[in-house]
Design a protein around this ligand. Structure first.
Ligand SMILES: O=C(CO)COP(=O)(O)O
Length: 129
């Protein structure tokens, strides 16, 4: 089963909700893992079930990184806020690094997220509109 992670920093959460709503019909058919607050908002506002880990500052990025280390993820969409310092920056760096180590695709902007999801869906034989 295809499994992807969705993560967004606070300023980027509206963008993530918009993205998840646009692709709701595909996302509801695959497994989604999220950090805590991102996942709560996706569940409440988009209406798809997700596997919610801890909030980012409490270790959620590391929990998702552990899945990458186990090669459980087909991709990560991580809409990062490039203009705000995060208290858990070391965890974020660790997640980026482990994605590089395992060649797990990561998209950090809306447009790259569209490309990533299009590619992942194609591997499932699904053409996103
Ligand atoms: O901080 C985050 C990723 O680094 C996101 O965490 P939340 O989804 O809990 O806000």
């Amino acid at each position: 089963m295809t499994r992807i992670a969705l993560i967004a920093h606070d300023d980027e959460k509206p963008e993530m909700i918009d993205f998840a709503s646009e692709h709701q019909s595909y996302l509801q058919d695959i497994e989604i893992v999220t950090t805590g607050t991102t996942g709560k908002r996706i569940e409440d506002e988009v209406g798809i079930d997700v596997d919610r880990k801890q909030s980012g500052p409490l270790g959620g990025d590391l929990q998702i990184g552990a899945e990458v280390a186990d090669d459980k993820l087909d991709g990560i969409i991580f809409l990062r806020d490039p203009l705000t310092a995060q208290p858990h920056e070391p965890d974020i760096s660790a997640l980026l690094r482990i994605c590089d180590v395992h060649d797990t695709p990561m998209a950090t902007t809306r447009k790259s997220a569209e490309y990533l999801l299009t590619g992942v869906a194609l591997e499932d034989g699904v053409e996103l509109q």
